[in-house]
Design a protein around this ligand. Structure first.
Ligand SMILES: CC(C)(COP(=O)(O)OP(=O)(O)OC[C@H]1O[C@@H](n2cnc3c(N)ncnc32)[C@H](O)[C@@H]1OP(=O)(O)O)[C@@H](O)C(=O)NCCC(=O)NCCS
Length: 163
């Protein structure tokens, strides 16, 4: 594995953290009139991809999405805020945690509506997995999230489907 970009050998989760805010439109709705889960998944994948590419400074692709929970509905007209941070890295793989919050602009009410873990793999210019910077763990929270991410990754790999 290689990484030809000039990048730091270690980066903290704060250096790649990303937040995306999108307004939900009628074209995002399911037949019942609430926001379609697939539309939210698209935004989860996109914001997690920003974090993975910021951390790795390379092309990064989604290899797995798990523990997706839609806790509360998101309504047309809501503002959807997605918060993403990197929890764990191994060689080329990275676990990104995403939390989705919906805001009713008129009432100002904010609700956590969904959470997910997305695993990305960094690829070199030839499409092969490439090393990513180690995670610089500055706080107890960083260390706890790293350990939890490591355990989830081990479970994920046990259940991994090979082509
Ligand atoms: C990413 C890809 C090149 C990895 O190929 P591979 O043959 O599995 O490569 P490896 O076995 O060497 O694994 C590479 C890394 O991916 C990780 N990985 C592979 N599948 C995984 C999975 N389902 N969940 C979590 N990690 C996974 C491995 O653990 C390894 O991590 P490490 O380098 O940190 O140890 C290949 O799976 C791929 O191209 N997938 C399609 C990705 C894509 O196009 N996504 C967009 C949506 S279609």
């Amino acid at each position: 594995m290689s990484n030809e970009n000039t990048i730091k050998s270690e980066k903290s989760p704060d250096e790649s953290h990303a937040e995306v805010i999108v307004r939900m439109f009628p074209s995002d709705a399911n037949p019942a009139g609430n926001v379609f889960g697939g539309e939210i998944l698209k935004h989860i994948d996109m914001v997690a991809g920003i974090v993975a590419q910021r951390h790795s400074q390379s092309n990064a692709v989604t290899v797995s999405m798990d523990s997706v929970n839609f806790i509360k509905p998101v309504y047309v007209g809501n503002v959807l805020k997605l918060n993403a941070r990197i929890n764990y890295v191994h060689n080329s793989s990275m676990e990104i945690e995403v939390r989705a919050e919906a805001e009713d602009i008129v009432s100002g009410m904010r609700t956590i509506t969904g959470t997910a873990f997305v695993t990305f793999v960094a690829l070199d210019k030839d499409g092969r997995p490439t090393h990513v910077p180690k995670l610089l763990l500055r706080t107890d929270d960083d260390r706890a999230k790293f350990e939890e991410g490591k355990q989830r990754m081990q479970e994920r790999l046990k259940n991994r489907k090979k082509a």
